[in-house]
Each structure stands twice: as C-alpha cells, then as structure tokens.
Design a protein around this ligand. Structure first.
Ligand code: KG4
Length: 340
C-alpha cells in the first residue's frame, strides 16, 4: 500500500505549527511561539496574524526537512479551520489552499477541538500501543474551553458538559494576573504551587447542574480573599504566593475531576483522557493517575508536546479523515466559532 503523508498546519491562536505524519506515525512537529504578546497580558489578534504570516513558510519548511521528505511526497494538507482567531486562521487556511493547488493534492479541514482529542492517537514510534478505545471521555481544558467530551469515534464527538462562564485556563490566567504574575499565568501557578500548601486557603466551589463547569465564582472568591488580606497586610501576596497558587490549583483540579468522574460513573465509561493547554498542569496530571488507580480507570495523558496548540494533532485528525476520503473544497472558509 502507498504510504500516506499528511502535512498538518495549525494557526488558530498564537502558535504557528506544522507537522508531518506518515501512516499515523509522527515524523516532525515544529512549533513557533509568539513572544510578542507577553507585554500585553494576552494575545493581540492583529499581531498574531502578522506573526503567523512571517512564520508559516519557515515553519512548514522545517517540518518537511525534519521529516526528511519533499513536498511532492505529501498525500494531503490538513489545516485548522476553526474555532480560533479569524485573522490567524486565515493565514493557515490560505497557505493550505495555495500549497494544495500547486501540488494538486486534497485539503482536509480540521476542527481544532477535535484535533486536541485525537492527539491521543498520535504514534511517536511504531511500537506504541496504548491508545483509547471508543467510547471514552475526554476532558478538554484550555484557555478558551473546559469541556467533557464523549468520544464515540474520530468523527463523532458529543460535548456532554462545559463551562457556563470562564474556562479553567482563563481562571488560572486571571488569578495569576491579580497576583501580579505575567501572562500566561497557568504554567507559573503550576511552578509556584509545587512549594505551597494546597489546603492553606479555602476557595469557593461552584454548584452547577449536570456535567457543566463554572469558574467565575472561584475567580471572584480568589479576588475577595486577596482584597481582604491585603487590607491587613500589604505584603500578603508576596508572603503567601506559593500557598495561594497551590490552593487555587488544588481547587481547579478538584472541580474538574469531580465532574469528570461523575460522568464516567454515570455513563459506565472506564477510560478517561485529558487534552488542551491546561493538561500540562502537574497537579491535574497526577489527579488523573490517582483517579485511575483509585477507581480502576484507564487514563490517557498526552505528552507535553501535544498539550498546547500543535500541528501534530491536526495532521492526526487529518489522517483519520484521509482514510475516509473526507476532503474539503478549495473555497472552504475558516470559522472563528464552531462546536464539535
Ligand atoms: O490549549 P492552549 O495552548 O490554548 C488556548 O486555549 O489558548 O491553552 C493555553 C492555556 C492557558 O490558559 C495557560 O495558562 C494554560 O493553558 N496552561 C496551564 C499550564 N500550561 C498551560 N495551566 C495550568 N498549568 C500549566 N502547567
């Protein structure tokens, strides 16, 4: 059988990434981060699309070089069509169109959220054999999403619970900001929490129906705690930073795991996976291991390289679609908002 080479392109937010997979096995995954946003405390859409424009060609070149193939060997080009920042998505989409036309190969549109879930199927070497079986539950937690997804097949996913306000990553980033930490605060909270006591401060936990989440109350409770304590001691944050981070992190992880476990129990599902930027969080990763051991669940935690936005997951999602000849027309337009 002819080898299938998929080029994946990801440009939905502030990472420009390109990846090549061969028959489902990863050959390269190049990610170029955009540091330009750091001083603004969040991603500036206009700047993001400009930097994607600068990065896209060198990143694709490097992905092909690292994979050791020429562009003429590609079978198809998979690109993130949405959701994401429209200007950023346009760069990846337009590039995919140009390359697809010039090479006369099909284009495959990929849903960014589905790609995060399908990252669990990327093979880094031929011997790898621990993959989720359908159906399984995936907790997708990032700067923009907190969802519990029932994954029935690569092309059949159902959101059974999601945040009704802020996402988990957003809660980390906003709480970090009020402590004076730089953006994005999530990784720093994780680092500082390692030296702190997770039971030092009690923060409010939401009461939300079903498998839904809410993080805005927690954010407010954190803000009020700081406001009250600073009145008594202006150096409160500095003196308690590690404990604050550890308590906040433990509360977020607890909220996430409670609902995920409830869903797994109710639906009699024995396999749980985690995906998205927040899945890099060390406390969340160990909570997954802990729940797995305690409740006899098979857990799937992505390698760090596949937690944040990356094109390997886009190429993987594209590979699944390639196998069913699910291509998209050349006039496909990106979409900023879309569900599964
Ligand atoms: O999936 P992602 O790269 O893209 C967006 O959704 O934008 O997720 C980024 C989010 C940010 O909120 C960031 O603070 C969070 O993931 N994050 C973390 C960690 N690493 C990244 N949050 C907590 N602990 C981490 N180690």
């Amino acid at each position: 059988m002819k080898d299938i080479y998929i080029l994946g392109i990801e440009s939905s937010c502030d990472d420009t990434s390109a990846s090549v997979i061969k028959n489902g096995i990863l050959l390269s995954n190049i990610i170029s981060n955009q540091e330009v946003h750091q001083k603004y405390g969040g991603v500036v859409p206009e700047l993001a699309s400009r930097v994607h424009q600068q990065n896209i060609i060198p990143v694709v070149h490097e992905a092909l070089n690292k994979a050791g193939i020429s562009k003429d060997q590609l079978s198809a080009i998979a690109f993130t069509r949405g959701p994401g920042l429209l200007g950023s998505l346009l760069v990846g989409t337009s590039f995919a169109k140009g390359l697809s036309l010039s090479l006369q190969i099909p284009m495959i549109d990929v849903n960014h959220l589905q790609a995060h879930v399908l990252a669990h199927f990327i093979k880094q070497d031929k011997k790898e054999d621990h993959f989720p079986q359908f159906p399984f539950l995936c907790l997708l937690v990032s700067g923009g999403n907190s969802q519990i997804i029932l994954v029935k097949a690569p092309d059949s996913m159902e959101i059974i619970g999601q945040t009704i306000d802020d996402a988990a990553g957003e809660a980390f980033d906003k709480c970090a900001k009020v402590m004076g930490l730089p953006y994005p605060g999530g990784p720093l909270i994780d680092k500082l929490a390692k030296e702190g006591n997770p039971n030092a401060f009690k923060l409010s936990k939401p009461q939300v129906e079903g498998y839904n989440y809410s993080f805005s109350g927690l954010k407010t409770s954190f803000l009020y705690l700081l406001r009250d304590k600073i009145k008594e001691n202006p150096d409160f944050i500095e003196e308690n930073k590690n404990d604050l981070c550890a308590s906040l992190q433990a509360t977020v992880v607890n909220i996430l795991m409670d609902k995920l476990y409830k869903a797994a129990k109710d639906l009699h599902i024995k396999q749980i996976a985690v995906a998205g930027g927040v899945s890099a969080n060390s406390a969340l990763r160990s909570a997954f291991q802990g729940y797995g051991e305690k409740y006899g669940l098979d857990v799937f935690i992505p390698p760090f390289a596949f937690t944040t936005d990356n094109a390997a997951m886009v190429a993987m999602a594209g590979y699944f679609k390639y196998l069913t000849n699910d291509f998209c027309p050349i006039d496909a337009v990106p979409y900023a908002r879309v569900s599964m």
